[in-house]
Design a protein around this ligand. Structure first.
Ligand code: HEC
Ligand code: HEC
Length: 311
């Protein structure tokens, strides 16, 4: 009797196993990830209007927000280059090289917090940083407001975007408008989104194998949700610390935000959407090949010691 059940099970697994496996793979993926929405999300603290989005677009591309009048958000987050600058670490004011790689602005609205260490809660708070950072745009809020006030087109546009406010043209309003524009920088309808919405045939066999490995090996423990990451903080080198070349000893990551010993070398697990377009990788920007980045993740975060064979 036992033997019979065993044989029947083997037979069923042979005939139906493929279809079942694919079906359950899709269900598992749907439990771990969500498709990107077609439209920008609702921002509770900053409801979007078309006027704010227009103004935010003007500001995003305007180098006059920088002290040199040479550098805009677009300089380091080029929307024609998937929202990045193709540099290991960014070059800003006076051609200084900053300490970290520029993450993409595409879909950044879906991250729980902004920056590699999550030190800004949202995009509006984030936008005030680079304008003032000495290695980025090196400006002051007062100078930005003075410059914008000297341009009649902006005065008019701020008034339209923030009607009813006593001083429509403010540093806060600038940041809110930039956030509104950035919220529109979303990339829905990737094949993976279609797969998550139910189209089982849209991914190739190799892509499905990759998805299965990704979930089986544990990548999804840290890179999941709508952005495949951007939600939680983990030590870079949970199992094995990468070398100083990739993990420079002087960047302590989230420790600088929380001042907690356990947060040394802790970083936000970055979102992996559009990842093939956003090399180089890691906060140090030292790894240019995605294959190498995945292999390093395998050993550093999961203890898979021969990544090229195991993955
Ligand atoms: C000189 C290059 C440079 C300029 C100019 C610049 N950024 Fe950045 N941006 C960076 C770097 C580098 C980081 C990562 C810094 C960190 O994590 O400490 C970053 C981080 C970000 C992030 C966080 C994304 C994420 O996933 O965490 C957003 C959003 C962003 N910048 C938007 C902007 C906006 C808006 C402007 C213009 C007001 C701007 N940046 C100007 C280089 C730049
Ligand atoms: C324990 C959590 C954790 C696990 C598990 C994990 N990662 Fe990561 N991943 C991170 C963190 C944190 C970073 C950011 C490291 C840094 O640069 O500071 C990262 C960075 C990356 C990057 C670079 C992204 C970029 O924009 O530079 C890629 C690619 C990546 N992970 C893929 C994977 C893959 C594939 C797996 C499975 C083999 C995996 N990760 C497993 C936490 C994790």
């Amino acid at each position: 009797m036992l033997k019979k059940i065993g044989l029947a099970t083997v037979f069923m697994a042979l005939t139906l196993g493929g279809a079942w496996a694919e079906d359950s793979l899709q269900k598992r993926a749907q439990g771990m990830f969500q498709p990107l929405p077609q439209t920008p999300p609702t921002l509770e603290k900053n409801p979007l209007t078309p006027e704010m989005i227009d103004l935010g677009r003007m500001l995003y591309f305007d180098p006059r927000l920088s002290a040199s009048h040479l550098i805009s958000c677009q300089t380091c987050h080029n929307v024609g280059l998937a929202g990045i600058d193709l540099q290991e670490t960014s070059v800003g004011h006076g051609w200084q090289k900053g300490p970290r790689n520029a993450p993409t602005v595409l879909n950044a609205v879906f991250n729980r917090a902004q920056f590699w260490d999550g030190r800004a809660d949202d995009l509006a708070e984030q936008a005030k940083g680079p304008v003032q950072a000495s290695v980025e745009m090196n400006n002051t809020p007062e100078r930005v407001i003075e410059t914008l006030n000297s341009i009649p087109g902006y005065v008019e546009q701020f008034r339209k975007a923030f009607p009813g406010e006593k001083a429509p043209l403010s540093f806060d309003a600038m940041a809110r408008a930039i956030e509104a524009f950035e919220a529109t920088l979303i990339t829905p309808d990737a094949p993976f989104d279609k797969y998550l919405k139910g189209d089982a045939g849209v991914l190739s066999k190799q892509q499905l194998q990759g998805l299965q490995l990704y979930m089986d090996k544990g990548c999804g423990a840290c890179h999941s949700g709508v952005n495949l990451g951007g939600q939680g903080y983990y030590p870079f080198g949970l199992v094995e610390k990468p070398g100083a070349e990739v993990l420079p000893p002087d960047d302590l990551g989230r420790f600088k935000v929380t001042n907690t010993a356990a947060d040394r070398y802790v970083f936000r697990a970055p979102p992996l959407r559009n990842i093939t377009l956003t090399a180089p990788y890691f906060h140090s920007g030292k790894v240019w090949s995605l294959k190498d980045a995945v292999a390093l993740m395998g050993s550093a975060q999961l203890g898979i010691m021969s990544p090229s064979c195991a993955l």
